[in-house]
Design a protein around this ligand. Sequence first.
Ligand SMILES: Cc1cc2nc3c(=O)[nH]c(=O)nc-3n(C[C@H](O)[C@H](O)[C@H](O)COP(=O)(O)OP(=O)(O)OC[C@H]3O[C@@H](n4cnc5c(N)ncnc54)[C@H](O)[C@@H]3O)c2cc1C
Length: 348
Amino acid sequence: MKNVDYIIVGDGYASLFFAHQLIKNNKSFVVFSEEKKSASRVSAGIINPVVLKKFTTFWKAQEQIDFLKQTLNEITKYTGQNYLINAPIHRIFHNENEQQLWLKKSSNEDLVHFLDKKIVHLNSVKNDFNSGKVNQSARLDVNGFFTGLFDFLKNCQQIIREKFIYSDINIANHTYQNFSYKNIIFCEGMGVKNNPFFSDIPVVPNKGHHIKIELSQPLPENITIKKKHFLFPLTKKKYFYGGTYDREQLHHEIDSSAVEQLISGLKEFYPHDFSIEEVNFGFRPTVKDRRPIIGRHSEHRNMYVFNGLGARGILNGCYFSKSLYDFIENAVPLHQEVCIERFNSGLS
Ligand SMILES: Cc1cc2nc3c(=O)[nH]c(=O)nc-3n(C[C@H](O)[C@H](O)[C@H](O)COP(=O)(O)OP(=O)(O)OC[C@H]3O[C@@H](n4cnc5c(N)ncnc54)[C@H](O)[C@@H]3O)c2cc1C
């Protein structure tokens, strides 16, 4: 029997950012990964403090950005890689009104550090009404982040490439197969629906597709372009464009209407030829009030859930992993806004 402080179930942003808290605090743990393509793996990696539809910001945006940068620096120290790409978002304006709204909002107290006042014309794409730069926005090198952390965990023998079988938990003895644990953290994204302890948490899938494309005319490397969806380079030739949002078509296959939507979205501002190399999709675990769901099981007091990261898996996953850690180890209460108790679902 191997003794560990924590078992983490799942291998997306929730899991890996929580694992980082454990590494930082010298706790022993293992991560169970069933090796499916998680929503995190297909995400764009956008780090963005602004809601780009309405030009507003959100709860704790500055704190979350600062904490993410600090956390990525810490991860770099033990994996030896940098995962932060400084390629700010340029939001193409649809019309003159949008440009005016951006300029007006750029003086608002809560947006002054995010909406750049200088209006920019992009030479490489169609932007008749120009674009605005989102200060402090950036990208995570998604593939690098997962490869780097998985390799690190593999070297430390802390990753188990197996599906976690809930019925193998011995609740009375706090054991799972050949592990004796103090706590279990469930970070399964939409997979939580198969978890007998937390299946009733109100997370709703929102399916997102992206395409990987080859552009006939390359774009500048140091920006991320946003109009409808995000476009940015992955390599010299390959680009990412996505992702879509869909709460209705939830089957586990590529949806041709989502691909059509991406093609027409890209054609709106990219006037040259392109070819689609790959299509991927994933399911964002979303919550009606757009806040994560974090908490302890009402009966099994060493079981916890970390879910509902929504469309902002990177910022939410990073920031709230510390809240969960402090809740468990230091008895720091969770924010009411993210606490599982807000749903009165019998869990606390
Ligand atoms: C197309 C798209 C683009 C996106 N772009 C962005 C973006 O640019 N920026 C951003 O911040 N967010 C983005 N998101 C949202 C973000 O991806 C999600 O919020 C985030 O991935 C959720 O992370 P998670 O760890 O909770 O779940 P997931 O990433 O789904 O990870 C859960 C993992 O747990 C595993 N698992 C489940 N059950 C078990 C079990 N029993 N045993 C072992 N393993 C198990 C699953 O296989 C899965 O791999 C995007 C999402 C999509 C779909």
